[in-house]
Design a protein around this ligand. Structure first.
Ligand code: F6R
Length: 251
């Protein structure tokens, strides 16, 4: 695992965008795994800038999002469909038919999850997966206790996660859906490369456990330790409990 400590959120976003750009230049038909939430917003802004100012081309890119709430229509302001369109897709030249996000409104969720896994396989697997991390160590919506071999499926959200995400639902935890569809840890780990991003003091416990703790289902992100090409980009606050020496980036 390559851990890179940067000074702040802005540097984290810029470095992550630099890695995405490098991969995209090497493979224009990159299969990119995407996350939502506050963490990747700066990365998406930087990718939009690279598209507009440097001509970074997304026309052949395919994307798979990690997760989606169950029960929110696609056009709900807090659905991850809306999030991705507002914060990335509508600003770049991606082909809409190459965008995959789990659909939390389907009747047969089980069949949809199997279809999602099949689509990932059909596209040749994910080349580069972007990850954020929850305070409880979740990746995607794989909450503590998730099987480390899990595939795309329905998960019950932890109370901590619903509390954290209440900020997007007018501060009302009761408005945060209780269930989500998420790629499994097994699905995520099969990506050829992973970039996990974290910023701020709220993430320092989760980062300490993920990077320097044992691999355990109680900290799902710790599973990235077994990945041969995982990069963790964290700012100084998120890194503040780490005890070992790590690479730094001053950009
Ligand atoms: C969202 C996702 C989640 C978030 C995590 C952190 O697609 O996969 O695991 O990355 O909940 O969220 P933020 O970035 O809002 O702190």
């Amino acid at each position: 695992m390559r851990v890179i400590i940067v000074k702040n959120y802005d540097s984290m976003s810029k470095l992550a965008a630099k890695f995405v750009k490098e991969e995209l230049l090497k493979k224009p038909d990159l299969v990119l795994g995407l996350a939502t939430g506050s963490t990747p917003l700066g990365l998406y802004k930087e990718l939009i800038r690279m598209h507009k100012e440097e001509g970074l081309d997304f026309s052949k890119v395919t994307t798979f999002n990690l997760d989606e709430y169950i029960g929110l229509p696609k056009d709900h302001p807090e659905s991850y469909h809306t999030f991705m369109w507002e914060n990335l897709f509508k600003h770049i030249n991606i082909n809409p038919s190459n965008i995959y996000i789990p659909d939390g409104t389907v009747e047969d969720i089980k069949a949809h999850c199997i279809w999602y896994e099949e689509k990932i396989a059909e596209k040749g697997g994910i080349d580069l997966q972007i990850l954020g991390i929850g305070r409880d160590g979740h990746i995607g919506f794989n909450e503590p206790g998730s099987s480390l071999a899990s595939r795309t499926r329905i998960k019950t959200l932890a109370r901590e996660t619903r509390e954290d995400n209440a900020r997007f639902f007018g501060g009302d935890i009761n408005k945060v859906p209780k269930y989500a569809i998420t790629m499994g840890i097994g699905t995520i780990i099969e990506s050829r490369k992973l970039i996990l991003l974290a910023s701020g003091v709220n993430k320092r416990d989760a980062i300490k456990k993920t990077v320097e703790g044992p691999i355990t289902a109680m900290v799902p992100a710790s599973m990235i330790q077994i990945h041969p090409r995982a990069i963790v980009i964290i700012d100084q606050e998120a890194a503040s409990l780490l005890e070992r020496e790590y690479e730094t980036w001053e950009g």
